[in-house]
Design a protein around this ligand. Sequence first.
Ligand code: HEC
Length: 208
Amino acid sequence: MSTFRDGKPAAVTPEQLAGGADTKKSRTSGVTAWIKAASVLGGLTFAILQVVPGPPRTNPPVVPGHTIGAQLRMNQQISATLRKACMDCHSHETRWPWYSHVAPMSWHIAEDVTTARKAMNFSEWSTGAGRTPASAVGILAAACANVKSGRMPLPRYLLLHPEARLTEQEKDSFCEWTNVEIARILSEKHKSAAAEAEAASAQGKRGD
Ligand code: HEC
């Protein structure tokens, strides 16, 4: 409803004069009602999301003999780096923060942890990534490359965990460690292959 018609002020009716203020008031309260309805709806949706069962957020038991610490050598600094920057996703020792229980955030976090544990699990090293020398070497090389390129820890994790951001020096130390372990795994593999060959040839000489 316009008060101007053809560029000229339209005649104002006595009702409009009397009810001008009221018309404005009822329009504002219409908007307020909409905002209220929308927030009630939003609140309801949020509440419903909370009771929808999302993916589980669990920490399966840690078997001491299966951990990366039991299989690989590492100093205090490396184990601290793994703990602060990787283990919330890549182990069974996840610290689940309060917002990991609030949907829909909780679903994204649980999914990250599930896929991360599948890719590399420090709690199940000997049964997973570290099961064979070849896979251990591959995942250690990938870990160094991912840390160097800043692909890991996941950038979205760093937003809420600034303490997990690694310095250049920490990244270098991390890769020095992966290189040392890769060399050790390969030399042990070489040694055991040589021992096997020796045992086989000894057996051959004995003639049985
Ligand atoms: C917020 C969770 C999170 C954190 C923290 C995290 N990662 Fe990951 N990581 C993932 C996810 C999810 C995947 C699987 C999907 C992918 O590769 O992007 C993955 C995959 C990997 C892979 C396998 C990738 C490949 O190329 O095969 C390696 C290696 C890895 N991460 C190393 C690390 C290291 C090392 C750290 C700590 C410095 C770390 N990640 C910290 C979530 C995380």
